[in-house]
Structure formats: C-alpha cells, structure tokens
Design a protein around this ligand. Structure first.
Ligand code: S3P
Length: 173
C-alpha cells in the first residue's frame, strides 16, 4: 500500500509522514525531496530557473512513477500536488493507494509559515503576516476542493503528533 499525505504547506506532512512510516515499518518518501534529487536542483531553484510550469510537469511525472512502483510507502506530497493536472484523480484511482488530508486551520498555517517561508517560492516574497493571511486564505479556498476528496481526513489543530498518528492508523486499518 502507498499512503499519500495531503495538505497545505506546513500542515505537517513530512514530519508526520516520517513518524507514521517508522510506526508501520514502511518506507518514507517526500515528493519535494525526490524531485530535488532527480532534478539536482532545490524546489526554489527549479521555480526560479525553470519556472512553475516545469516544476508541475516534473511533479506529476515523479508522483506517477512513485504510485506505480512503490509499496509499503508513506508519500508526503507538496501542498500543490493534488491541485494540478490529474494528480488527485490518479491518487484516488490507483490500486492500493490511500489518501489522508491533514487539515490545519488558517491561523495555525499562517503562524507556522510566517516563520519558515523563505524556502517556499510561492510565499517567500510576502512580507507581513496580514498579507500572508490574505494569500493563504484565498489559496486554501481554491485548494480545499482537491484536498477534501481524500479518503481520510484528519483535523490536526490542538492534537499531539502521537494522537494524529494514532488517528491515521485507526482510520487506515
Ligand atoms: C507548494 C508546496 C511545496 C512545494 C512547492 C509548491 C505548493 O511543498 O512543493 O514549493 O504549491 O503548495 P510543501 O507543501 O511540502 O511545502
């Protein structure tokens, strides 16, 4: 089985993905790290040098490659992955693939992202917390229609990592 962790930037996909993989004795893949290794450039560099359209094309290629070839794997995708091309359709329609939406509130996302936006090309230029709140509010509104298609949905605010992992495993098996 491949378990795809879905959610907005900073929703905890990678941190929780690693812990979940350890608990289940699964492999862990972070799609952004996978793309960086394959392309030999950081995500920020790909956006800057080759542009977002190129990034989205490669993201789709590597996502499909992983969904088709891996088993017993937790895959954390980027915040935008489910929202481009037919990626969400693929995630939903590939055999033995489950999707989990890690749902965090706007407030929590803004607080986390304001501190670590420099590595994220879509928000790195936003200077104030107010402007970031406005951007993420609109962006989430567009994206939740994709995230909400996930087979499992978990709200994460005010829960410990341990509680979230337990909730995911209970819902998965
Ligand atoms: C993106 C999220 C990033 C990365 C890229 C674009 C997005 O991943 O794929 O910067 O469109 O939301 P994280 O969600 O892991 O930050």
């Amino acid at each position: 089985m491949v378990v795809v962790l879905i959610g907005y930037m900073a929703s905890g996909k990678s941190t929780l993905g690693k812990k979940l993989a350890k608990k289940l004795n699964f492999n862990f893949i972070d799609l952004d790290d996978f793309i960086e290794r394959e392309e030999k450039l950081s995500v920020s560099e790909i956006f800057k040098i080759k542009g977002e359209i190129y990034f989205r094309k490669q993201e789709t290629i590597y996502l499909n490659q992983i969904l088709q070839t891996k088993t017993n794997t937790i895959l954390s995708v980027g915040g935008g992955t489910p929202c481009f091309g037919n990626n969400m359709e693929r995630i939903l329609n590939t055999n033995n693939v489950m999707s989990v939406y890690l749902k965090a509130s706007l407030n929590k996302l803004v607080k986390k992202l304001f501190k670590k936006k420099s590595k994220r090309p879509l928000i790195a230029h936003i200077e104030t917390e107010e402007a970031l709140t406005e951007f993420i509010g609109k962006h989430l509104f567009e994206r939740v229609q994709f995230y909400n298609q996930s087979t499992i949905q978990i709200t994460t605010d005010n829960k410990t990592k341990k509680q979230i992992i337990k909730e995911i495993t209970t819902k998965l098996f």
